[in-house]
Design a protein around this ligand. Structure first.
Ligand code: VG1
Ligand code: CO
Length: 543
């Protein structure tokens, strides 16, 4: 019989984090690990009988094998159709778009995003719902609960199917449509932006470097930037997706996108630079000699979005994750639109977008997006920047000068302490929690605490609450430190400290961010006792 019901037992550690389940690839390849999790997703969402799912991933090692298993399980569980990107490839935003466009019932996206890939690196899987967005906490809780009681999974015994040719195949009663991963997404971008204007910009000699970091955006960027918009061939670098991302770390920040940073800070820098991450939902923006923090990018895009056709009528509102700088809040206030503060992770933007309360959203970790899909979208952000540059005929630095002169500048930086002993990290957050109430009025270094709290989110759409979302400490003099534990790592704990200082003095809009942030950094380290508790004297990554 091709349909099989396989006995299994619960496997520890299948709790989805900030963005789905992420583990070492070797863990995902252990017997029953993937199968248990996939069956738990299917059961957790109330079964998939008669449903249509979108399936695709960022092409990292194990993408192909995992898709074959997922398809056989989808068939055995009664799905009628799966829509799969050719060669198993779909960027996260393209998958979100396909789910919406084809009115399917949801999708499975295989990615560990910015985490490295390969047999000794990381793998991940997440479920997105009918609206194209990451499952809400209510759903991920159900999925997790199921992983703890599961006793069997269903799978069809069949050979692998060929994912390399467009068309429709079958696994028992289920159709598998293999679709071009780029074309529908590119068509959507054309409806949002003024491609003629951007084409004219490139035709006029404007130059750009886009670093795809050997990850999923390569094919999208080649098609959209070079073929459709006429950017010079060679604009896209590292454009061939590789299963190990060329042994790199596909995280678009100044540390990991070093090749692009070197180009942009050289004498021969093009007019505009950008990079994207493993699954294509993040973006980094850099002008010649000018790195733009993601928080500032969100503020700038909010400030100027009306220059792109899709946003001409203005924005209904904006949202940012809690640790993201408050630069966008100031722009929203200026525009007279609401600004929402949500916990980290795109799943928290979904309700606001669905309810039409916000048009743009963003995170300090290089994620920006809009209501065109329900994920953050790296290339979309790059195209919005291009559209704004084409309309304003100014430079990246010129746009930032305009933003800061109008709203002041939020100097910003994030410190990451990776692979910290989990017990020590727990101790640090426990002791922070214990002293939180008494912090107001205390001095740390040169700063005095104005107020401090642990962030709890009340979703204004469905009334649900999410507690324990990180600590916020504001100091007198418009600075702020935020403390959080990462929910995407696969070994030990990662402590993130986010630093911010607002400056509205016109004579101090061009200072050195490291210098400006020194006092708040010292205060944050002192009040958290980080060095004493963890033994760490330096962060592993500063962005
Ligand atoms: C990180 C970022 C967060 C982002 C998440 C997923 O989470 O801080 O802003 O939404 O990654 O991004 P954490 O819990 O490690 O801080 V990605 O590009 O996976 O899809
Ligand atoms: Co990503």
């Amino acid at each position: 019989m091709p349909m099989q019901t396989v006995r299994t037992t619960p496997i520890e550690g299948q709790k989805p984090g900030t963005s789905g389940l992420r583990k070492k690839t070797a863990v995902f390849r252990l017997p029953h690990f993937l199968e248990n999790y996939v069956q738990s997703i299917f059961d957790g969402i109330g079964g998939i009988e008669g449903k249509t799912l979108v399936v695709g991933g960022d092409g990292r090692f194990f993408n192909d094998d995992a898709i074959q298993i997922i398809l056989r399980m989808a068939s055995a569980n009664g799905a009628v159709r799966c829509i799969v990107g050719q060669d198993g490839i779909l960027s996260t935003p393209a998958a979100s778009h396909l789910i919406r466009l084809l009115e399917s019932d949801g999708g499975l996206i295989l990615s560990a995003s910015h985490n490295p890939g390969g047999p000794n690196a990381d793998f991940g899987l997440k479920y997105n719902g009918k609206n194209g967005g990451p499952a809400s906490e209510a759903i991920t809780d159900k999925i997790f609960a199921r992983t703890q009681t599961i006793d069997c999974y269903k799978i069809v015994a069949a050979d692998n199917i060929d994912l390399s040719t467009l068309g429709t195949l079958h696994i028992e009663g289920m159709a598998v449509d293999i679709v071009d991963p780029v074309s529908d997404y590119a068509a959507l971008m054309e409806t949002i932006f003024d491609f003629d204007k951007i084409r004219a910009l490139f035709a006029g000699g404007f130059t750009m470097c886009f670093d795809a970091m050997h990850a999923v955006t390569g094919p999208y960027a080649h098609t959209i930037l070079e073929d459709m918009l006429g950017a010079d061939k060679g604009t896209v670098i590292n454009g061939l997706p590789r299963s190990d991302f060329g042994n790199g770390h596909p995280d678009p920040n100044p540390i990991w996108a070093k090749e692009l940073m070197d180009t942009m800070y050289s004498g021969a820098a093009p007019d505009f630079g950008a990079a994207s991450d493993g699954d294509g939902d993040r973006n980094m923006i850099v002008g010649p000699g000018t790195y733009i923090t993601p928080s500032d990018s969100l503020a700038l895009l909010t400030f100027k979005a009306h220059l792109a056709p899709a946003y001409r009528a203005g924005l209904s509102g904006v949202a940012r994750s809690m640790p993201t700088s408050r630069a966008v809040d100031r722009v929203a206030e200026g525009l007279g639109i609401p600004c929402f503060e949500t916990p980290t992770g795109w799943k928290f933007f979904g309700n606001l977008l669905d309810a039409g309360k916000v048009t743009l959203c963003g995170e300090e970790s290089a994620g920006t997006g809009s209501d065109h899909v329900r994920e953050k979208d790296g290339l979309w952000a790059v195209l919005l920047w291009l559209n704004i540059l084409a309309e304003t005929k100014t430079s990246v630095a010129g746009l930032m000068t305009d933003l800061w002169a109008t709203y002041g500048r939020c100097y910003y930086s994030r410190l990451d302490y990776e692979n910290v002993d989990s017990d020590k990290a727990t101790q640090l957050f426990g002791s922070l929690r214990a002293k939180l109430d008494g912090l107001s009025g205390q001095n740390f270094g040169d700063l005095e605490v104005e107020n401090a709290d642990e962030f709890e989110y009340l979703d204004p759409v469905d009334g649900s609450t999410s507690a324990g979302q990180g600590f916020r400490v504001s100091f007198i003099g418009q600075s702020r430190a935020v403390f959080r534990l990462s929910g995407t790592g696969t070994s030990g704990a990662t402590i993130r400290i986010y630093l911010e200082q607002l400056q509205t003095d016109a004579n101090h809009l061009d200072d050195d961010p490291t210098q400006v942030l020194h006092p708040v950094r010292d205060a944050a380290l002192e009040l958290s006792d980080l060095a004493a508790i963890t033994g760490r004297t330096k962060p592993d990554v500063i962005t």
